[in-house]
Design a protein around this ligand. Structure first.
Ligand code: AMP
Length: 215
């Protein structure tokens, strides 16, 4: 199954992508994770991406699209994928359509996880992530079993640098300006599914799986 997850920062795309990828047995592709691992490894790409990420801006399309194209050509994407955080602009969406069409495997579903700004701000201030495996937690809504330690890999969890209030507000502004128009883009293609992202994690997963016809 070929699925894109849309939604504001903090809507729950990453959390749902990990669960859906496991249930549907397809890779989880997160451009944010790819950038963060490049930053951690000090690569040229990481250095370039960091300038934008730290300000809450988008990494330029010409950088981002190439990375996704290379990733989608890998054999593990043959049976599908969950794209999390890409596309984020209309040109990215147009290129994605072109790439997938040339491979003869068009997108099937675009799931918009809908959450309002006020909720997002509350959620992101309590978000903690695992730098080891990318798992996501919330200090009150979804804490790890042992405080401060990732349930999955035992690494100490941290707050993302771009989850501070000033950067969050900028990321939300960027989202409304550049990414929200994708909702209409995919609605016109008849691929859009909208789910309420204020539900708890399990109920959000269930409503996505129902909407894509898996349950
Ligand atoms: P995320 O983990 O998806 O919230 O992404 C973290 C940051 O990485 C974003 O705020 C952007 O600066 C950058 N980023 C991730 N995906 C994209 C994309 N598709 N296009 C441009 N920048 C991106």
């Amino acid at each position: 199954m070929r699925i894109v997850l849309l939604g504001a920062p903090g809507a729950g795309k990453g959390t749902q992508a990990v669960i859906l990828a496991e249930k549907l047995n397809v890779p989880h592709i997160s451009t944010g994770d790819i950038f963060r691992s490049n930053i951690a490894n000090g690569t040229e790409l990481g250095k370039k991406a960091k300038e934008y990420i730290d300000k809450g801006e988008l990494v330029p399309d010409e950088v981002t699209i190439g990375i996704v194209r290379d990733r989608l050509e890998k054999p593990d994407c043959k049976n599908g994928f969950i794209l999390d955080g890409f596309p984020r602009t209309i040109p990215q969406a147009e290129c994605l359509d072109e790439i997938l069409e040339s491979m003869g495997t068009p997108l099937e579903y675009v799931v918009d996880i809908d959450v309002d700004d006020e909720y997002i701000i509350k959620r992101l201030s309590g978000r903690r992530v695992c730098p080891g495996c990318g798992a996501s937690y919330h200090i009150t809504n979804n804490p790890p079993a042992k405080p401060g330690i990732c349930d999955k890999c035992g690494t100490e969890i941290i707050q993302r640098k771009d989850d501070n209030e000033e950067t969050v507000l900028n990321r939300l502004k960027t989202y409304h300006l550049q990414t929200e128009p994708l909702i209409d883009y995919y609605r016109k293609q008849g691929k859009l599914i909208s789910v309420d992202g204020r539900l708890n994690i399990e109920d959000t997963t269930r409503s996505i799986l129902k909407a894509v016809g898996v349950i």
